[in-house]
Design a protein around this ligand. Structure first.
Ligand code: SF4
Length: 210
């Protein structure tokens, strides 16, 4: 059944959260790509602590392309999965430096062909840095959208389809950030704070609890 409260949810998010800035810190497209890759299974807060030091040294792909993987692992080891992340980021930096003139392409297919960059990451880069209308679906967006009833899907890709089908494209990135923020403040994976949640009257999950 089609979700009936999309406009109400949008209005309540706007009222409660307004304009949210990107959660990851960066100064250019390459640094955003690095931060996004590091953020897999790591908090944005932790990534920002790591990149605060990192970005003083690495501001373009060629800075990282020449790095020894073992040394780079040491610089990012507090964010988890550091072995793969270091390998992927150095490999990606080599490709960007050689094939894309030391820059990041504003192209979805080119981005997802880079090691460590998947659909969600490519959408974050295109939506955040290149201001394209994109709807990145991470674990928070997936959980909150499906609990609310905005989506009714069992995969991130189908959830993206559901969300882009009912939300105006100019609000996709805004809604992406609202859902993440809501997933961190009220709608956590365990013990969501439903009784305090301003969306409870429009939430499928909450209604099932009653
Ligand atoms: S009512 Fe509960 S499940 Fe629904 S959005 Fe709010 S916190 Fe999440």
């Amino acid at each position: 059944m089609k979700y009936r409260y999309t406009d109400k949810v949008i209005n309540l998010f706007e009222e409660n959260y307004g304009e949210l800035k990107p959660f990851l810190n960066f100064n250019n497209a390459f640094q955003l790509l690095v931060a996004v890759v590091l953020s897999a299974q790591c908090t944005d807060k932790r990534v920002n602590i790591i990149t605060d030091k990192l970005f003083k040294v690495y501001s373009k792909p060629s800075d990282l392309a020449i790095k020894n993987p073992k040394e780079f692992e040491d610089e990012i080891k507090t964010c988890g999965m550091f072995h793969n992340k270091a390998k992927n980021l150095i490999e990606t930096s080599k490709i960007l430096s050689e094939k894309y003139n030391d820059d990041v392409p504003a192209n979805f297919d080119a981005l997802v062909s880079l090691p460590g960059v998947g659909r969600k990451s490519a959408n974050v880069i295109l939506g955040t840095y290149f201001n394209e209308d994109r709807f990145p679906v991470d674990t928070h967006v997936f959980r909150v959208a499906n609990r609310l009833g905005l989506a009714d899907s069992d995969t991130p890709e189908k959830t993206e389809n559901d969300l882009t089908g009912i939300i105006p494209s100019n609000l996709w990135m805004k809604m992406h950030r609202w859902l993440i923020y809501h997933g961190r403040t009220y709608c956590m994976a365990r013990n969501p704070k439903c009784s305090d949640c301003f969306l409870k009257n429009y939430c499928r999950y909450y209604k099932k609890l009653l």
